[in-house]
Design a protein around this ligand. Structure first.
Ligand SMILES: Nc1ncnc2c1ncn2[C@@H]1O[C@H](COP(=O)(O)OP(=O)(O)OP(=O)(O)O)[C@@H](O)[C@H]1O
Ligand SMILES: [Mg+2]
Length: 259
């Protein structure tokens, strides 16, 4: 059975998609079978993974029942494109609209160890579908003054998803992303999250660097483009695997980090 992880945040541009892309890279290097699902009409994750823009079917087709999820897998990525916004509207009028992705995922049972769902920057029906389909929610937080409020809002939605159809949904934690811990600002945001959420806050913070934009542009993982920065994601993946109680992959990751 795969561990399905929805990655989300209340705001846009908190590094969600980069986190999904890079964590998927790390876990694949630990010999895990990882599927990445793009649930954002912007299609950034699909771009980051260099899925051809005309790849079909996409997640939008799956959600309106025009394709199976298996058919929409392209090199272990389920891409999204703009019509997903329309699919969301269509979906809104249907019975069981919050359960659509969860049901579609049954199609792939046993094929993957980990499934990441990259949610859009809106706490709407698509994100609810991601949460209802997931075993775990992983929150990416901006390193800003409003971090606390943002996380609280996401947690409210996690609660809603639990209440409607997914009582087993767990909260994996929150990672402070695109952070510059040399600034008081980022350090205060981290301290505030710690005070409120304790060890739910990952010890690892993801450092801000222009190299991420370059790596996205070139379609090269930050792990290869700038291994010194990629180390943040190796450390985050280690904490993640610990929380998921995946000891074997964690040992492989340790070897990767030592190499
Ligand atoms: N650690 C980082 N340091 C600096 N820039 C980063 C970092 N991680 C991601 N970025 C850049 O920030 C921008 C937003 O990142 P990303 O697309 O991952 O965020 P997102 O939360 O998925 O955005 P959206 O809410 O629009 O889906 C991108 O240009 C990306 O290259
Ligand atoms: Mg994104």
């Amino acid at each position: 059975m795969a561990e399905t992880i929805a990655v989300l945040s209340q705001k846009g541009g908190t590094g969600k998609t980069t986190a999904v892309r890079t964590l998927a890279d790390v876990l694949r290097r630990c010999a895990l079978r990882v599927l990445a699902i793009d649930l954002d009409p912007q299609g950034n994750l699909s771009d980051y993974f260099d899925v051809p823009p005309d790849a079909a079917p996409t997640i939008g087709d799956v959600l309106v029942g025009a394709a199976t999820l298996a058919a929409a897998v392209h090199d272990d990525v389920v891409p999204a494109a703009l019509p997903l916004a329309e699919a969301e509207l269509q979906l809104a009028g249907r019975m069981g609209r919050e359960l659509t992705l969860k049901r579609a995922l049954r199609d792939l049972e046993g094929d993957y160890d980990v499934v990441f769902v990259d949610c859009p920057p809106a706490l709407g029906l698509l994100t609810v579908n991601g949460l209802v389909a997931a075993d775990h929610a992983l929150i990416s937080s901006e390193a800003q003054h409003f971090a606390l409020q943002g996380v609280a809002q996401v947690l409210d939605l996690v609660e809603v998803a639990r209440d409607i159809h997914n009582e087993d949904l767990s909260w994996l934690g929150v990672v402070l992303n695109i952070a510059d811990m040399r600034t008081v600002h980022s350090r205060e945001a981290y301290a505030a999250l710690r005070r409120e959420y304790g060890d739910k806050v990952f010890e690892t913070t993801i450092r801000a660097s222009i190299a991420y934009a370059e790596s996205a542009e070139r379609g090269v993982s930050i792990l290869d483009h700038r291994p010194d920065l990629g180390a943040d994601y190796l450390a985050l993946a280690d904490e993640l695997l610990e929380r998921l109680e995946m000891a074997g992959p964690r040992r492989r990751l340790r070897r990767l980090r030592a190499a």
